[in-house]
Design a protein around this ligand. Structure first.
Ligand SMILES: [Ca+2]
Length: 205
């Protein structure tokens, strides 16, 4: 349990299961009953983080069901730093694409997800917590001509880290062009109609 796992009001802020797959974790077999009892043994290795003694009374590594006490040197968790160089570009009148440079310091933890916040007339609010931690992130819930502000943060086991710089973008309506192919088609129709009128006149003479 990380040393800051409990907030001042007693709520648990995060939990981490220790098992055979945990980095440097215990080697366990069925019926080892790891965690039957846990003791805080203080900071045994002097790194500033309290360590644990955890029993596994069915552990058979030293002989059938002889049991074992595991000394777990715990590591502290620390906040992830902010992503940088956030940019927002308008992809269409209904899409804004965010790009950023990933956080460089994950602490002793791993990158779990990204928190994306958007500011509109109602203020800044989280619009997504995405497990895809690599850019880009595309916001498809925007409205044309509305200006939006964005910031993103990395999330690790410690929670949401610091937010990036804030950027803004405004989706705009697509430009309608009448001078392109449509204009050419229209001209062709007019010419064809004129020719038909001339031919008709020739016939009635
Ligand atoms: Ca320690």
């Amino acid at each position: 349990m990380p040393p800051d796992a409990f907030t001042a009001d007693g709520d648990v802020t995060s939990t981490v299961e220790i098992n055979s797959s945990t980095a440097n974790g215990p080697s366990l077999a069925n019926s080892d009953y790891f965690g039957g009892s846990v003791a805080n043994i203080g900071d045994l290795d002097g790194d500033g983080v309290n360590d644990l003694a955890v029993d596994a009374d069915g552990d058979g590594a030293g002989g059938s069901n002889r049991g074992a006490v595991n000394i777990l040197y715990m590591v502290g968790i620390s906040p992830v730093n902010a992503p940088t160089s956030l940019t927002a570009s308008v992809n269409s009148d209904v899409q804004i694409v965010l790009q950023w440079t990933a956080s460089t310091t994950l602490g002793t933890c791993s990158l779990i997800s990204m928190s994306v916040q958007r500011k509109d007339e109602s203020g800044m609010a989280t619009i997504a917590t995405t497990s895809n931690t690599s850019p880009p992130y595309t916001d498809t819930t925007v409205v044309t001509s509305q200006t939006y502000g964005y910031q993103v943060a990395s999330v690790n086991e410690d929670g949401v880290g610091s937010y990036s710089n804030i950027v803004t973008a405004t989706p705009t309506a697509p430009t309608t062009t009448l001078g392109g192919c449509r204009g050419v088609e229209a001209k062709a129709i007019v010419i064809q109609m004129d020719l038909e009128i001339i031919i008709f006149k020739e016939c009635i003479r």
